[in-house]
Design a protein around this ligand. Structure first.
Ligand code: ATP
Ligand code: MG
Ligand code: MG
Length: 376
C-alpha cells in the first residue's frame, strides 16, 4: 500500500488517517508536538513544520503529501513538490493563507465577498471605515483563527487603538463591511486531479465567541439558497483549481444574498457531521481526491447536529456517557462521540465533537439542550 504524508498532526490529520487507514493507506505526520492527535494513530516525525530536513524525510517516506492546516510555509510546500507528489500544489496554500489574496481569488472566480479595503495606515483605516460604514471588522491578513486577530470597529474613536493593536501582528490588514447575516453557512467541495467535483450538503453554523459551536444539517434554508451555496462552492473549487477539499464559509443575508467569508483548503470543523451522517465522510473524500480515486457519494443519510466539545465540556461529557441516557433512546441512534486524544483540556480548546443523529433537527437540538454539558 501507499503512504500518505500529512503536514500537521492535529485532529484533522487524525481523522484523515483514521479514514485512510481503513482504505489501506499508511500515514506519517510531521508535527512539533510529540504524541500529536494524528501521531497517536499514525507514524510521526517530531519537528517544526518549516524544518527542511524533516520535510525531506517526510517526502522520502511518503508517496503523496497533503496538509491538515493551511499555515505551512509555502516555500516548504514548494520544496516538497520537488521531492514528492503534492497534488494540492503550493499555490492554493499561498492564496488561502492570506485574506487579501484569498478575497481577490474568490472575486476572480465570480463569487461575491463582503465589501473590503486593504489597510496600510491609521489614516487609511479611518477613511475606509467611513466609506464602508460602522460597524466594520478589521482583520489581520494572515495567522488568524477562532476570531483571533480581529477587531469589530463600532466607532471611529476606536481607530487608533484597533490599528495599533492589530498592527503588532506585522502583517497586512483588511477592513470588511460588517454583514448583518441571518445565518452562517458552509459548503465543503472536493475536486480530484481528474476534475471530478462533489459537494457535501450545506451546513448551518452557529458560533459562540467566534468558535464553531454547532453545525446543523440540513441547514434551515430554502432549496434555492441551498443550490446557490453549492454553486458558489463549485465555482470556487474550479476557479482556484482546487485538488482535495475546499471549505467555503458564507454569510446569508435576510434578503437571500450570499457572501463568502473565508476558505480553508482542508477538512473543516463544519464538515465533521459527515462522519456518520453522509455516505462518504469529508476525510474519506479528501483521501480519495488527493489519491485520484473516484470521489464518493456525499449525500446525507440523516438529519444531524454536530456540537463541539471544548476543554470545559470533556469531564461532564465523560460522566454523562457513563450514565444510561433515556433521551438518547428517543433519537434512535446514540449520539456519536469523537475525542481527539488531546491531554490538556484547556478552557475553550477544541477537544472533540458529538454528532447527534436524529429523525429531525429539533429532536437533535432538544437532546443537546437537555444535556446540560454545553451550558458552560
Ligand atoms: P476560523 O476559526 O473560522 O478560521 P477566523 O478567525 O478566521 O475563524 P472569520 O471566520 O473571518 O475568523 O470570522 C469569525 C466569525 O466572526 C465569523 O464566523 C462571523 O461570525 C464573524 N464575522 C467575521 N467577519 C464578519 C463580517 N464581515 N461581518 C459579520 N460577521 C463577521
Ligand atoms: Mg479562518
Ligand atoms: Mg471562519
Amino acid at each position: 500500500g501507499s503512504t500518505i504524508g500529512v503536514l500537521g498532526g492535529g485532529q484533522l490529520g487524525r481523522m484523515m488517517a483514521q479514514a485512510g487507514s481503513a482504505m489501506g493507506y499508511r500515514f506519517v505526520t510531521l508535527d512539533p508536538t510529540p504524541d500529536s492527535p494524528c501521531g497517536q494513530v499514525a507514524d510521526q516525525i517530531v519537528a517544526a513544520y518549516n524544518d527542511r530536513e524533516a520535510a525531506k524525510e517526510l517526502a522520502e517516506r511518503s508517496d503523496v503529501i497533503t496538509y491538515e492546516f493551511e499555515n505551512v510555509d509555502a516555500g516548504v510546500a514548494a520544496m516538497l513538490m520537488e521531492e514528492s507528489y503534492v497534488p494540492q500544489g503550493s499555490e492554493l496554500l499561498y492564496t488561502t493563507q492570506h485574506r487579501l489574496r484569498e478575497k481577490r481569488a474568490i472575486e476572480a472566480a465570480g463569487v461575491p465577498v463582503a465589501p473590503y479595503r486593504e489597510i496600510g495606515s491609521e489614516e487609511e483605516l479611518r477613511a475606509a471605515a467611513a466609506e464602508l460604514g460602522l460597524p466594520c471588522v478589521l482583520k489581520t491578513a494572515t495567522g488568524g483563527y477562532d476570531g483571533k486577530g480581529q477587531w469589530v470597529l463600532r466607532s471611529l474613536d476606536e481607530v487608533p487603538e484597533a490599528y495599533e493593536t492589530l498592527s503588532k501582528a506585522r502583517t497586512q490588514l483588511v477592513l470588511e463591511q460588517f454583514i448583518r447575516f441571518d445565518k452562517e453557512l458552509s459548503v465543503i467541495a472536493a475536486r480530484s486531479p481528474r476534475g471530478e467535483i462533489r459537494t457535501f450538503p450545506v451546513a448551518e453554523n452557529i458560533h459562540i465567541h467566534n468558535i464553531l459551536h454547532q453545525s446543523i444539517v440540513p441547514a434551515r434554508i430554502s432549496g434555492a439558497v441551498q443550490l446557490e451555496a453549492e454553486k458558489l462552492a463549485v465555482r470556487i473549487a474550479e476557479g482556484l483549481g482546487v485538488i482535495g477539499l475546499i471549505a467555503v464559509e458564507m454569510f446569508l443575508t435576510p434578503d437571500g444574498k450570499l457572501y463568502v467569508n473565508e476558505l480553508a483548503p482542508r477538512p473543516h470543523n463544519s464538515g465533521h457531521y459527515t462522519m456518520e451522517a453522509c455516505r462518504t465522510s469529508q476525510f474519506e473524500q479528501h483521501v480519495r481526491a488527493v489519491c485520484n480515486l473516484p470521489l464518493g457519494d456525499p449525500s446525507l443519510l440523516t438529519p444531524v447536529v454536530m456540537v463541539n466539545v471544548l476543554g470545559q465540556h470533556v469531564q461532564p461529557l465523560l460522566e454523562r456517557m457513563a450514565q444510561p441516557d433515556e433521551a438518547a433512546e428517543r433519537l434512535g441512534t446514540a449520539p456519536k462521540v469523537h475525542l481527539y486524544g488531546k491531554k490538556d483540556a484547556v478552557h475553550q480548546r477544541k477537544m472533540g465533537h458529538v454528532n447527534v443523529l436524529a429523525p429531525d433537527i429539533d429532536s437533535a437540538l432538544q437532546w443537546i439542550e437537555e444535556t446540560t454539558i454545553w451550558k458552560v
